[in-house]
Design a binder for this molecule. Sequence first.
Ligand code: ATP
Length: 336
Amino acid sequence: MIKIQNLQKEFRIHQARSGLAGAFRDLFRREYKTVKAVDDVSFEVAEGEIFALIGENGAGKSTTIKMMTGILTPSGGEMQINGYVPYKQREEYVRSIGVVFGQRSQLWWDLSPLESFRLLRSVYKVDELQGQRWLERLIEELDIGSFVSQPVRKLSLGQRMRCEIAASLIHKPKLLFLDEPTVGLDVLVKQKIREFLRNLNETENMTILLTTHDVSDIEALCKRVLVMDKGKLIFDGQLHDLKETWGNGTEVVFQFKQRTTIEQLQAALAELPCELLRENEYAIRVRIVQNHEMLPYVLSTVMTAFEVSDVKIMETSTEEIVRNIYSAPVEVSHYG
Ligand SMILES: Nc1ncnc2c1ncn2[C@@H]1O[C@H](COP(=O)(O)OP(=O)(O)OP(=O)(O)O)[C@@H](O)[C@H]1O
């Protein structure tokens, strides 16, 4: 469905020289610098996947999405999405995708969303009867019925965003791009949007790509995550692999009924790949270094060998993982 190979995008930007003399020289001969916004990115996506593209500001996410939606022409590489080459067959291609860019609206400000939906429906030449049924479903599932007839300018951000999503889906595309769909929204609206997207993915097998700075979006929706850094794809894999690669592992704090030494616990755990850290005389923190599938073994070994009064299990949050990724040197990892 999505096939991207060695995708590149370079921007030539003017570099202003410093000082008055520099500005004067700039008048005659400008100096340019080439920025590699997207640098040799390759990935494939099957129909029905729901995945996130993440990375720090300036990592190249927007540029990638702009190329994938046909807005920008790549400087190099191959791209085929829904059977089209986006920048070459833009007109046909856009009928097969939906796009929500948080900062750009596709609704007319002075019209009601309902009027915008009708206009979009005629632009996309959607079948009247089927289109109407589909729209009714969108209105119901996004819970926008009570304000869909008011002018867009009177809507709150959360109300408008839900209408934006409905607008992007009017023609029932196979692939939906969402750029920061929940930014600035309150928890309840975020939940509604996530539930809606999950359902859309399950019932319509719609492929969904989102970029987000909100880690809870990823946890709620995506199995697969792509991480970009300085134009390169540095991770492509499952969220749990991301956690294993970049996380600090799972940590368990055991509170013992008797004083227990690190040596005693170490002897019991023997070969299991753990790091032990003392919390206090009665408590030891066990960090399971490689694989959180070890957790049940660690728990049962310790509970059988010692009298334990309390156990606390702490997984690295995705938030922490993303922080770890952004602060680590670049290394490419690909997972099945
Ligand atoms: N039109 C442009 N002209 C020149 N440079 C650009 C242009 N668009 C993007 N860039 C540069 O390309 C790089 C990648 O930018 P991009 O907007 O794709 O990053 P991003 O990951 O989407 O960041 P953000 O999260 O801030 O949106 C940045 O260094 C940016 O300055």
